[in-house]
Ligand binder design. Sequence first.
Ligand SMILES: *[C@@H]1O[C@H](CO)[C@@H](O)[C@H](O)[C@H]1NC(C)=O
Ligand SMILES: *[C@@H]1O[C@H](CO)[C@@H](O)[C@H](O)[C@H]1NC(C)=O
Ligand SMILES: *[C@@H]1O[C@H](CO)[C@@H](O)[C@H](O)[C@H]1NC(C)=O
Ligand SMILES: *[C@@H]1O[C@H](CO)[C@@H](O)[C@H](O)[C@H]1NC(C)=O
Ligand SMILES: *[C@@H]1O[C@H](CO)[C@@H](O)[C@H](O)[C@H]1NC(C)=O
Ligand SMILES: *[C@@H]1O[C@H](CO)[C@@H](O)[C@H](O)[C@H]1NC(C)=O
Ligand SMILES: *[C@@H]1O[C@H](CO)[C@@H](O)[C@H](O)[C@H]1NC(C)=O
Ligand SMILES: *[C@@H]1O[C@H](CO)[C@@H](O)[C@H](O)[C@H]1NC(C)=O
Ligand SMILES: *[C@@H]1O[C@H](CO)[C@@H](O)[C@H](O)[C@H]1NC(C)=O
Ligand SMILES: *[C@@H]1O[C@H](CO)[C@@H](O)[C@H](O)[C@H]1NC(C)=O
Ligand SMILES: *[C@@H]1O[C@H](CO)[C@@H](O)[C@H](O)[C@H]1NC(C)=O
Length: 748
Amino acid sequence: MWKLLISFLYLAAFAAAQTSTKKPSPWQTLKGDAPLVIANGGFSGLFPHSSSIAYAFALQTGLPNTILWCDVQLTSDGYGVCLPDLLLNNGSDTGDQFPNKKKTYLINGNRTTGWFSVDFTLSELSKVSLIQGVYSRTFQFDQNLFPVMTIQEVVKQVKPPGLWLNIQHAAFFDQHKLNIRSFVLSTSRSSIVNYISSPEVNFLKSIVARLKATPTKLVFRFLGKKDIEPSTNQTYDSLLKNLTFIKTFASGILVPKTYIWPVDPKLNLQPSTSVVIDAHKEGLKIYASDFANDVPLAYDFSYDPVDEYLKFIDNDNFSVDGVLSDFPITPSAAIDCYSHMDKNDSSPAKPLIITHEGASGDYPGCTDLAYKKAITDGADILDCPVQMTKDGLPFCLGSINLIDRTNAVQAYSTLTMDIPELNGAGIFSFNLTWKEIQDLKPQIFNPYAEEKLYRNQNNKNKGNLMLLSDFLGLAYNATSISGVVISIEEASFLAKQGLSVTDAVLDALSTNDYDNQTIKRVMIQSTNSAVLTKIKEKKNFEFVYEVDEVIRDALNSTMLDIKKFADAVVIKKKSVFSRNNIGFLIGTTDVVPKLKAFKLPVYVKLFQNEFFPQAWDFFSDARVELNSFVVGADIDGVITEFPRTANNYRRNRCLGLGTNTPPYMTPVEPGSLLTVVLPQPPAQAPSPVLSDSNVLEPPLPSVAVAPTTANTTTPALPPTNPRNGQSKLVLSVLVANLPLLLAAILSL
Ligand SMILES: *[C@@H]1O[C@H](CO)[C@@H](O)[C@H](O)[C@H]1NC(C)=O
Ligand SMILES: *[C@@H]1O[C@H](CO)[C@@H](O)[C@H](O)[C@H]1NC(C)=O
Ligand SMILES: *[C@@H]1O[C@H](CO)[C@@H](O)[C@H](O)[C@H]1NC(C)=O
Ligand SMILES: *[C@@H]1O[C@H](CO)[C@@H](O)[C@H](O)[C@H]1NC(C)=O
Ligand SMILES: *[C@@H]1O[C@H](CO)[C@@H](O)[C@H](O)[C@H]1NC(C)=O
Ligand SMILES: *[C@@H]1O[C@H](CO)[C@@H](O)[C@H](O)[C@H]1NC(C)=O
Ligand SMILES: *[C@@H]1O[C@H](CO)[C@@H](O)[C@H](O)[C@H]1NC(C)=O
Ligand SMILES: *[C@@H]1O[C@H](CO)[C@@H](O)[C@H](O)[C@H]1NC(C)=O
Ligand SMILES: *[C@@H]1O[C@H](CO)[C@@H](O)[C@H](O)[C@H]1NC(C)=O
Ligand SMILES: *[C@@H]1O[C@H](CO)[C@@H](O)[C@H](O)[C@H]1NC(C)=O
Ligand SMILES: *[C@@H]1O[C@H](CO)[C@@H](O)[C@H](O)[C@H]1NC(C)=O
């Protein structure tokens, strides 16, 4: 049975974090207060909406004054319970428990079929359990049988600092002879109810006089602009033009976020409306709803939900007074850690931000635009995955297969070849001259296209590919860039085709004055130790060894081997935090401590903003994930396609606070969330330990004089991973590390 308490530890941390500055308010809210975080059914992005654990977890991970939102439904015997929807089958297993109690009712003129609270006594609802109502979220907590709670139970068990009751269908209860008005009035006498919202004018009008002298505030909720408000028969759109009227019975309004920042069907953010300023002029507070981290956001936010919140609370012109969110940790961090950041502040050195094909989350990878964006976004190191043209020129592209990153299929399909060593069929860069490649259209890479999560389609073919030497020139001129990383793969294969990629790289570095200077770092990266060894024989750059398998540890002898040819190591995220096949973190591996014991800096790939590949533990928030790796696992650098997010993360004001670190900036504790999953999934075979044979490679073959045919099967050469690293098949997720909380909840 779940009992809930708020950990005193975290309350203490909150209190400390709050005693910061006392300057004039930076907030353009109605009264200059910081915006409120309103947790929609608790932390409903993770746990079942309205469950005890969702409510407790919202308080444990959010701002100390986080408000808990309860959608009130009345039972036939007049109890008020928190359930997300008038239809009980959305978010609970009522349908399974009571198959015969399905009914059809007229709701605002619509015939609606399902299970309704008005047909159940409270005692009947005690047989019902809360489940995840949003299909894209994890259903692994459904077996916990979290009970439906009355409002009094929420207050007693969770002790919220603030409570918000939403009455979505007041008239419906009246039609069923249930007096929602007197229920709400008596509840606000017996418990502290801070806010009552409803989309029905008459309901709010009927209680406003009785609540005048109480702390309870009434909020009129706007639905879709074309929807009809049942008591006035006006559309919500027309009511929006009549805020003076709204002010007669409410002190605030709650609007869908698109009322404030509309988004067009192509996911482009439109200019803001004047609704926040209008509401404030009328003396109304304004709250925005529909915030969730796990939905496609406007492209302008690059899948970074913190940026979305900041647009509503920290723009030049206004701030909303609160946000209704399924993931309250994210607005908590946005408000306390990321708002009003001084744009002139310099970035801390850690973590080192290394790009992956430039800012390829926003532009086609390795184009001039992707690199320029990375520079303005605050990257430290620009990367060039080097490929060779038929005419022997090195250029930057994320794949040796042009199909992965350009429109080569359209013009050069006749050049398609099947080369097992290079992962099968493709149009390969070494079959086209630079002139031909330059004329191709680069294409933005959409690693999660199957999930319909596209990257900025306005930019999908923008920018130009660059020769390595142009890339080096660009990086040299960019004063904020501290160095470059040149990654070399398929060197053995190319040598057999008569192309020496290592010589081409050395030439380009030399021509561009990189080989005898101290201004820019030069890192050479490969998964093939022979490449590093070969270049090291000629020039002493920094050498970075990439471990392309997922490992849990490495032998000491292997560490010593690596130190012979590398100065730093790149590992995969799953080699830092192990993860099971249902998307939860299992624990922390020994890999980072081992590398550090051998004084090898650790860079981790691949950081992306999209929520889909993440571990559930990171709450679909790319910055929670970054924090868990950087602070929780103490890695030295991140390899990212979204350098802006990484840079804004490392500049936030909640880092380095020691024991005063607020919970929303505390790393996730791998494995803690998994303890809540019922039934516990079977243990998985652990990842292997990196050993000498994984690391040592035969020397590169000498460069063939004439290209051999693609047909001749060449032996040797271990298979290398496709450049796009992440497996699309694995649903799961990444990692984060809130030092949990869950343990505290569980132990009660
Ligand atoms: C179920 O409720 C959630 C909110 O908890 C809502 O987002 C979703 O649209 C609802 N689903 C249906 C089928 O009504
Ligand atoms: C009634 O149903 C229609 C069609 O499903 C929908 O568009 C409309 O918004 C519904 N009206 C209300 C008040 O729910
Ligand atoms: C709203 O419209 C309906 C049908 O059009 C009508 O029956 C009802 O009386 C109207 N209510 C008000 C308050 O005007
Ligand atoms: C505002 O709404 C009220 C109630 O529907 C109506 O009486 C009044 O005329 C409206 N005012 C304007 C300017 O539309
Ligand atoms: C602020 O308002 C000005 C003037 O209306 C407008 O030009 C500017 O784009 C607005 N800024 C934001 C962030 O909305
Ligand atoms: C930031 O830098 C710009 C240009 O260097 C300067 O004009 C501005 O005053 C600075 N802002 C702050 C807050 O220091
Ligand atoms: C770098 O700067 C120099 C001097 O300003 C300029 O001549 C050169 O074209 C620049 N190179 C690139 C790649 O921008
Ligand atoms: C490298 O630069 C140093 C100082 O500028 C110079 O003394 C040295 O000769 C240079 N070495 C080469 C190989 O160019
Ligand atoms: C491996 O190296 C670590 C760190 O240098 C050391 O503590 C440990 O004892 C070594 N293990 C073995 C088996 O040598
Ligand atoms: C493509 O490259 C392969 C391997 O180097 C070579 O055998 C083949 O002749 C090339 N084809 C063309 C059209 O360049
Ligand atoms: C591969 O070999 C087969 C048979 O030896 C030959 O017919 C074919 O043309 C070759 N393909 C290429 C791309 O060289």
